[in-house]
Design a protein around this ligand. Structure first.
Ligand code: NAD
Length: 472
């Protein structure tokens, strides 16, 4: 081929931006043709997702293992089974969610009837994160489909096996004229963000959350931002200690080895209770992961060397290293970090100020447990806050005085498995929520509709506003 023809071909090669434009154009056409609106289409897509999960469970689990060495049991409990349950919940709820909601008519508009109609927003973009790369991708898609939208899913490039698996599997099961997967990293996501969307749903860190929101602002596109933060766990002395330690351990290290947005980030307990808590955590951890946790097949690895380096830097800081009371072992080659508990780390260290997002768990001690309120409220609002206590008054005070995305008393992370609980952040931990019907609501516009007949004429509302009329 001549130089000129090569140049010409290069000139006409689809650029990523053109690709992003093309994807949106196709989805807009599908949406305009009302393909995504009928309840039958929505239910069929959701059923197809259930079928995909049933038939491809092994592939999904293998991809999660490749990306994170996630144990199969964890993949099943925290991603695969929850996605299936989420689909089934939406299939069951769909007809009633879609039904216009009759609302009271006001005397000011008498006679009239009123309703709220949930309508799809249009073409939506879902950008997901690497740590739960299957559920964080599919769960918002479920809400978007249930609400009747056309969708682009952009999985995380940091979990490449899952991203590839999603890009391969979804078109085999769902209607690819309305639901598309676009793979890629920052350049591809930037191109996607240039487009006009009817909603952007982003899961990840707050720095990129700001980029997403700024891009959305250009088109006045609404956003849901599912971000993170430092999730505190307050442990009172009035607890069943063994159960508390087990639940904290499984909620931290049994959830992707701490790489979870709602994983405990730090514990607050009293000085007098801390030694018992540390002992109990040590016993539980040794039982869960053995004497050499780096060899345990039940612990996920750190996602990549950049995050491995970030986490090891946190514990290698001089003021932090000698505060380790359990764990601390690392294996750079296999990207493994052992469950690590630290006691009384200085509060000005990175470990105590930045989100940890890994297997390190510092314990902060206070004289009285009530000091937890000021301590937590001095930081940005977390995505989840946990309290372990039998003390009802302390439970009530915790609910009343801590502002957080979600809250769970006497356990860790389980609140996300209840589809009646909205899942989302507040302040720095994000905005908007999903799960169950909240996912449907997140991707719907609630259109208020008032219907009047031709009777009930009140003459006072019509000019001329004469003195006689003003008397009325
Ligand atoms: P990540 O690196 O996978 O990034 C998330 C997404 O943002 C990816 O799809 C990526 O391609 C995209 N992205 C990255 N840089 C970008 C840029 N400059 N412009 C446009 N797009 C860009 O994930 P992460 O941010 O490392 O995820 C960890 C964070 O996410 C933690 O803070 C965690 O707490 C939070 N998180 C929150 C939830 C939740 O449900 N609220 C769930 C998981 C993780």
């Amino acid at each position: 081929p001549s130089v000129a023809s090569c140049l010409l071909r290069e000139l006409h090669r689809p650029r990523p931006l053109a690709m992003a434009e093309e994807v949106v154009r196709e989805l807009r056409a599908s949406f305009a043709a009302e393909r995504t609106r009928p309840a039958e289409w929505r239910a069929a897509q959701l059923r197809a997702l259930v079928k995909m999960v049933d038939e491809k469970e092994a592939d999904i689990s293998a991809a999660l293992h490749e990306d994170l060495a996630k144990p199969h049991m964890e993949s099943y409990l925290h991603e695969i089974s929850l996605v299936k349950a989420s689909c089934q919940f939406a299939i069951k709820g769909l007809n009633s969610w879609m039904k216009p909601e009759k609302i009271p008519a006001a005397i000011t508009t008498f006679p009239s009837s009123a309703q709220i109609v949930a309508e799809p927003l249009g073409v939506v973009l879902i950008i997901s994160a690497w740590n739960y790369p299957f559920i964080l991708s599919i769960d918002p898609v479920i809400g978007a489909i249930a609400a009747g939208n056309a969708v682009v899913l952009k999985p995380s490039e940091i979990a490449p096996a899952t991203s590839k698996m999603l890009a391969k599997l979804l078109p085999e099961y769902v209607d690819s004229s309305c639901i598309k997967v676009v793979e890629g990293g920052v350049p591809e996501t930037t191109d996607l963000l240039e487009q006009r969307w009817d909603k952007i749903f982003y899961t990840g860190n707050g720095t990129v959350g700001r980029i997403v929101m700024a891009a959305a602002a250009k088109h006045l596109t609404p956003v849901a931002l599912e971000l993170g933060g430092k999730c505190p766990v307050v442990v009172d002395s009035n607890v069943d200690l063994h159960v508390t330690a087990k639940r904290i351990a499984v909620g931290k290290w049994g959830c992707n080895n701490g790489q979870a947005c709602i994983a405990p980030d730090y514990i607050i307990t009293t000085k007098s209770f801390a030694p018992q808590l540390v002992d109990s955590l040590k016993r539980v951890l040794t039982r869960f992961y053995g004497e050499d946790p780096l060899q345990s097949a039940d612990l996920s690895r750190i996602v990549n060397s950049k995050h491995f380096q970030r986490l090891t830097d946190l514990i290698e800081e001089k003021k932090v290293a000698d505060k380790i009371v359990y764990g601390g072992q690392t294996d750079e080659k296999r990207l493994k970090i052992a469950p690590t508990v630290l006691l009384d780390v200085p509060r000005d260290t990175a470990l105590m100020t930045a989100e940890i997002f890994g297997p390190l768990l510092p314990i902060v001690t206070v004289e009285k447990i009530e000091e937890c309120f000021d301590l937590i409220n001095s930081k940005t609002k977390p995505l989840a806050a946990y309290l372990f206590t039998k003390n009802k008054k302390l439970q009530e005070d915790f609910v009343a005085n801590i502002s957080t995305g979600g809250m769970l008393i006497n356990d860790i992370a389980l609140h996300l498995a209840n589809p009646y609980i909205p899942f989302g952040g507040v302040g720095e931990s994000g905005m908007g929520s999903y799960h169950g019907k909240f996912g449907f609501d997140c991707f719907s516009h609630k259109k208020g509709v008032l219907i009047r007949g031709f009777g009930g004429e009140a003459t006072a509302r019509y000019p001329p506003y004469t003195v006689e009329k003003q008397k009325i």
